[in-house]
Design a protein around this ligand. Structure first.
Ligand code: 13P
Length: 251
């Protein structure tokens, strides 16, 4: 099954309006007509409207970094799926390890967000991945299986088809330490087996699984060459158009 490579940039809590405008313009100039790779950029909420205006008409799609599952109401600080849709967002990152680590994200809240996103017509990028302790103590498979099952609980095959998974080993995020291509591929094969168990072979075969964690131009080619690595979710290297393009290019 040929899966189209999907590279997404997660800008995290970086870029003010001026910086985001410049970065989005540079990215559109460098890769706004690429069609053989799906490309998305996920700026902070405050820059979504402006970046939406910049990527409009290009092949670069807009993503958000999180969402809340309720539609509206007294939820100070939260942003709904409808709000994201209204400014032109296509993708939404859900369950990032930083949300899990610092902001109380659980497998249950991930599942609620995934369902709300799908109901609103947003495409979830669901993050899973183990910490170094979990890897060292042999709990890696359990953790990844639990997170994957949690995220996809109650989803139909049709809904699951709209999702992307990002395997992001926590120990590789922002550390300069990358999973080896073999380590990444093994985890991806395992995640795909969980999806197969839950949703069948066709969904598992079609599911795109991105790798995330210190992916950069120097290691992207080898990672993306693996059988089950279908793209990347890029942090630091997505903050400069040339290094982001250096990852898109080999893809
Ligand atoms: P880095 O590429 O900075 O390691 O971040 C990866 C990540 O967390 C993307 O969501």
């Amino acid at each position: 099954m040929a899966r189209k490579t999907f590279i997404a940039g997660n800008w995290k809590m970086n870029t003010n309006l001026e910086e985001a405008t410049k970065l989005a313009q540079d990215i559109v100039a460098a890769m706004g007509t690429v069609t053989d790779v799906d490309i998305a950029i996920c700026p902070p909420y405050t820059n979504l409207s402006e970046v939406a205006r910049i990527v409009k008409g290009s092949t670069v799609k807009l993503g958000a970094q999180d969402v809340y599952w309720e539609a509206s109401g007294a939820y100070t600080g939260k942003v709904s799926c409808g709000m994201l849709k209204s400014v032109g967002v296509t993708y939404v990152i859900i369950g990032h390890s930083e949300q899990r680590q610092y902001f109380g994200e659980t497998d249950e809240t991930v599942n609620k967000k995934v369902k709300a996103a799908l109901a609103a017509g947003l495409l979830p990028i669901i993050c899973v991945g183990e910490t170094l302790d979990e890897r060292k103590s042999g709990k890696m498979d359990d953790v990844i299986a639990r997170q994957t099952k949690g995220a996809f609980t109650g989803l139909s095959a049709e809904d699951a088809d709209k999702c992307t998974i990002a395997y992001e080993p926590v120990w590789a995020i922002g550390t300069g330490e990358t999973a080896t291509p073999q380590q990444a591929n093994e985890a991806h094969v395992f995640i795909r087996s969980i999806i197969k168990e839950m949703l069948g072979e066709a969904v598992a075969d079609a599911m795109r699984i991105q790798y995330g964690g210190s992916m950069k131009p120097g290691n992207a080619k080898e990672l993306l060459a693996q059988s089950d690595v279908d793209g990347g979710l890029i942090g630091g290297a997505a903050l400069k158009a040339d290094s982001f393009f250096g990852i898109v290019q080999p893809a």
